[in-house]
Design a protein around this ligand. Structure first.
Ligand code: N01
Length: 486
């Protein structure tokens, strides 16, 4: 009987992580790999998030692969269509199409003692090595609101924008005031009849230094070798300097002063201003950048409703204070399943447990990449590799260097499987936790998606990202159990 199609490497996800993996695998001479994605196009979060105003809050030159610079960025902070286009163009440029299996959802992956057996919507395949690049911000989180099923109007999440729905003249409830909401609220506010913004925690908002990149600049980036790399390095190190504020929260006071001045300039009404003033230390949640969010909230057809949502009734949202706002549309801008990502329930390791069962609500991985009990598994943007201040693409590249070195190790030594020792993973996590303790992410007085269900900040790297680069430059076999070929 013919078994499932076998690959050397299977990659889950065709976003920044998965495409980056594919490009580098190809460049290193690996041809026997497959990239699986449930979407019918590549692009990951930049394919899925198409809400009006969707853009990156990391400067364009930094938010791209170091091996795939784009001198043609049209703005200092790129909008979603341009980033998505950047990713799609990489497919043709690197000849990735034969490796892509789009429209293929991974239902499960299990280690069978010598390889990964991957069940997908398109059948079963197997692989020696599994790279999970499914992304931490891929699965929309919808709060369980009582009465939601009785609402009777339109309901959707910001990451699944209903472009077929004309919002003109509608009465809309937006729930959430995070990075997504602050981008689309100013876009839809002029269209809708009424917009009720349900705010539970006012965020810190800073001005966004966004501007078009002139044709002259773009020409210079194309013509002068190294110029774009220089610009990128400048942005990178400026961002790294900002990390000091997250690691030593007292430095954040300056940022808080700047943000309050921004609020004062843009919101003349002192009562509204007071309600928009954050009550936790800046950086504890993601710092938001916007020049048009506060002005949108001063519009006469916009009301900020404090305290969150108590429930939903037919044709209305019930406020925490028990009053109602009559609406015909609810838009959830309520974030994603980050530390409880569904893929963790689908990957089963050596002892038959899933990642979610092994983690017990608090994700852990050695270097945020490999997990004890899960041989030959690599997690891109795994636990502890998010950043609050700079580009996650940088972190992905650090991980990819590590993964490629691990593959080289397997090839060179003839080993069949590697997994981090329990002691190495434990020691790594305890160092992470110790470093995290003094940071604004754990001591800033807020709740955020950086924290898991146990309250541990398990989503972020608690340091400068250059230190992560140093930790991941080389695969370190001393911290691994290695299974030699029989
Ligand atoms: O989600 P969020 P997001 N009742 O989790 C509120 C990235 N991103 O999609 O703060 C009422 O930040 C919740 O309230 P509170 C970026 O990394 C990047 O906006 O918990 N409210 C909060 O206000 C970002 O951090 C870009 O009190 C409820 C909001 O929903 C991440 O994605 C652009 C609620 C959720 O905010 C997620 O951002 C966009 C409830 N039951 C996003 N449940 C770039 O520019 C939740 N909330 C790159």
């Amino acid at each position: 009987m013919v078994g499932p199609q076998h690959y050397r490497i299977a990659v889950i996800g065709a976003g920044f992580g998965g495409l980056g993996a594919a490009i580098l695998l190809k460049r290193r001479g690996y041809d026997d790999f497959v990239v699986l994605d449930r979407g019918t196009e590549v692009g990951g979060t930049w394919r899925d998030n198409t809400y009006p105003g969707c853009a990156c809050d990391v400067p364009s030159h930094l938010y791209s692969y170091s091996f795939g610079l784009n001198p043609g960025w049209s703005r200092s902070f790129s909008a979603q269509p341009e980033i998505w286009d950047y990713l799609r163009r990489r497919v043709g440029e690197y000849g990735l199409a034969p490796h892509l299996r789009l429209g293929t959802e991974v239902h499960g992956a299990a280690w069978d003692g010598g390889r990964w057996v991957v069940e997908t919507s398109g059948g079963t395949l197997s692989a020696d090595v599994l790279i999970s690049a499914s992304g931490p911000l891929c699965e929309p989180a919808l709060p369980k609101l009582s009465g939601l099923e009785t609402f009777g109007g339109e309901v959707f999440h910001s990451a699944r924008w209903r472009h077929d729905l004309d919002l003109t003249g509608r009465r809309v409830a937006v729930i959430g005031t995070g990075a997504s909401a602050i981008q689309f609220v100013p876009e839809i506010a002029p269209e809708v009849e009424r917009l009720y913004l349900f705010q539970r925690t006012p965020p810190w908002v800073m001005p966004k230094a966004d501007r078009p990149i002139s044709r002259l600049e773009r020409r210079a980036f194309r013509a002068v070798p190294g110029l774009q790399r220089l610009a990128r390095a400048g942005i990178y190190w400026a961002r790294e300097a900002q990390a000091t504020g997250f690691l030593k929260p007292v430095v954040m006071r300056l940022g808080q002063r700047m943000s309050r001045a921004h609020l004062r300039r843009q919101v003349p009404d002192p009562a509204l201003r007071a309600r928009l003033t954050p009550r936790y230390r800046m950086g504890c949640k993601r710092v938001l950048l916007s020049n048009d969010y506060y002005p949108a909230l001063t519009r006469s057809n916009v009301e900020v409703v404090d305290g969150g949502v108590a429930g939903v009734r037919p044709g209305a949202v019930v406020t925490a204070g028990g009053t109602e706002r009559a609406v015909d549309t609810i838009i959830f801008a309520t974030g994603f399943h980050v530390t409880d990502t569904p893929i963790a329930q689908r990957i089963r390791g050596r002892d038959g447990r899933t990642l979610a069962e092994a983690w017990q609500g608090s994700p852990q991985a050695y270097l945020g990449t490999t997990v004890t009990g899960f041989p030959n598994l690599f997690l891109l943007l795994g636990p502890g590799t998010g950043t609050g201040h700079t580009s996650v693409v940088f972190m992905v590249e650090c991980q990819l260097a590590y993964v490629l070195d691990a593959l080289r190790h397997l090839d060179r030594t003839g080993a069949t499987a590697i997994e981090p020792t329990a002691a190495a993973q434990r020691a790594f996590i305890s160092t992470m936790d110790r470093k995290m303790a003094g940071t604004v992410w754990s001591a800033g007085g807020c709740e955020s998606w950086y924290q898991d269900s146990t309250g541990r900040v398990s989503a972020l790297w608690p340091g400068y990202t250059w230190s992560y680069r140093l930790r991941t430059r080389r695969f370190d076999p001393a911290h691994y159990e290695v299974v030699a070929r029989a």
